[in-house]
Design a protein around this ligand. Structure first.
Ligand code: ADP
Length: 493
């Protein structure tokens, strides 16, 4: 098994650059290319949203369902967004534009249970050999939207391919009413504490956590946090019970998409050896956002969903400290209306010092990473976090909470670290306004010493944030899982 190309079907509800609401899409979009270097060939199964079907061009029809959760559907195979794709063309489920989960009013689509039940259903069928020319060795499901997959395999006869479930955010669990069991095509016996039952309803993520062969999450620290009562969000006990089946593998970022030496979104290219050009990007960012043209002011950036998780409220409360430093703040984000309004109010109250753009803007995200001096990531919890990885690569010093993957990817530049030429960012805990304000003061103190700051930027920029190591770890996990199953099979024979 170890010396041949391994075939993986990656099952997800979003993939960069086709559909993206967050880091999940980045991972699903970038990991296949990194895994190819490990002799793992990945096919990606996605819902056939309009954007996915449009990207696929001349796809082949490889299967037709007469009825997939209430309507006819076809499986289309082809290339899209640089991925080897199978898309589920099912107009009754997926022919909707905009956010993949929400309607125009921002409410969950009322049939999300069936939309993502169908994704898992099709994945299970492909795992069992529905498409004879591409039978996967491993089915890799991402987040709750794909997490019903192991349940479809568990309660039906036939071969049971190896399954891996990755948790990108335990806060999103996919909980639905119990009476959907039949429409989903699951048998009554699946409604059990060891199966899909979760607090009287059907729990998609719960089912996956109970039944997948292996569970990974996107950083070692988050893997530990979710096994506690507080971090477990109702699933901590189950995760503890799964013991060694649970592990953490850090995310990387696509270092071609995020490359300050070749980035069309930047006013000037730079790298760790040519840092001076970064000043041009800072000036361009200030001009673009209407901030004062102040080359010496410490410019903080935020690129984030604006939700309680991400701690933007803490940034707003720490504004007096930030403004007292003579610093500036550039916020790009979208999310909870109250937070958006509060950020916009702050910008209005401090023109030239605080700028806010509400919405999703890939180009501005790059410009902030390349032009801000520091990036604020005060998350209350953070499974991995990708923005701080982009920030490291672009020399925007990450100022982060000590939580989840932030703790695993940033080395705090405390005095001892700085003395021994270590440190790549500034880390604070607990996640409070006071601790954040103190972190801002520490950041400003280092920023005031240009040589120390430049050294910090260089260390940040030479940190390995690529997919190379994570891809090796996923490949190892797949191979270990298959070897274990071979062994069990040999024993059974
Ligand atoms: P999460 O997945 O919890 O939202 P991550 O840090 O893991 O957070 O990933 C967020 C991804 O989305 C990053 O690639 C980040 O650059 C991007 N992003 C977040 N908000 C915006 C925005 N408003 N505009 C553009 N990109 C954004």
């Amino acid at each position: 098994m170890s010396d041949r190309t391994l075939r993986v079907l990656s099952v997800a509800s979003e993939a960069y650059p086709l559909v993206k609401t967050g880091g999940l899409a980045d991972v699903v979009g970038a990991l296949p290319r990194a895994l190819a270097r490990e002799d793992v060939s990945v096919r990606t199964l996605l819902p056939g949203y309009p954007a996915v079907l449009a990207a696929m061009g001349d796809a082949r029809v490889v299967h037709e369902y007469r009825d997939l959760m209430g309507g006819p559907a076809r499986l289309l195979a082809g290339e899209g967004g640089g991925l080897d794709l199978v898309a589920i063309e099912a107009p009754h489920l997926y022919r909707r534009t905009g956010n993949p989960y929400l309607d125009a009013q921002g409410r969950d689509w009322s049939d999300n249970a069936l939309r993502f039940g169908a994704l898992a259903r099709v994945a299970a069928d492909i795992g069992r050999g529905l498409l004879p020319d591409s039978v996967p060795d491993v089915l890799h499901a991402h987040d709750w939207q794909a997490a019903l997959l192991p349940a479809y395999l568990a309660y039906e006869d036939g071969p049971r391919p190896a399954t891996v479930l990755t948790i990108h955010n335990l806060a999103f669990q996919g909980q639905f009413p119990a009476d959907l069991l039949e429409p989903l095509g699951l048998p009554p016996r699946a409604f059990h504490v060891d199966g899909v039952e979760y607090y009287g309803g059907i729990g998609y993520l719960k089912a996956g956590l109970a039944l997948a062969d292996r569970i990974t999450t996107v950083s070692p620290t988050y893997a530990a946090e979710i096994r506690t009562n507080l971090g477990g969000m109702g699933l901590g006990g189950l995760l503890q019970k799964r013991g060694d089946a649970v592990s953490g593998i850090l995310n990387g970022i696509d270092t071609d998409v995020w490359d300050p030496a070749h980035d069309a979104h930047l006013a000037a290219s730079f790298d760790a050896k040519r840092l001076a050009a970064r000043a041009i990007d800072k000036a361009a960012l200030q001009a673009r956002l209407g901030l004062d043209a102040a080359p010496k002011a410490l410019l903080y950036g935020v690129v984030s969903r604006l939700t309680g998780q991400k701690g933007m409220d803490l940034v707003l409360q720490a504004l007096p400290t930030l403004l007292a430093q003579g610093a500036q703040l550039a916020v790009l984000g979208s999310g909870e209306p109250a937070l958006e309004a509060a950020v916009l109010d702050a910008a209005k109250a401090h023109p030239g010092r605080i700028a806010a753009v509400m919405g999703y803007d890939e180009s501005l995200a790059h410009a902030i990473q390349g032009g801000a001096d520091a990036l604020l990531v005060p998350s209350r919890f953070e499974p991995c976090g990708l923005t701080q990885l982009c920030a490291l690569r672009y020399g925007a010093i990450p100022v982060v909470a000590r939580s989840g993957g932030l703790a695993d990817t940033v080395v705090d530049a405390n005095e001892m670290a700085l003395a021994s030429k270590m440190g790549t960012g500034v880390m604070f805990s607990p996640v409070t306004v006071e601790a954040l304000a103190h972190a801002l003061e520490r950041t400003a103190a280092i920023f005031g010493q240009p040589t120390a700051w430049r050294a910090l930027q260089k260390r940040a920029m030479t940190t390995d944030v690529s997919w190379a190591r994570p891809a090796k770890q996923y490949a190892q996990l797949y191979r270990a899982l298959l070897a274990e199953r071979d062994l069990l099979q040999a024993k059974a024979d």
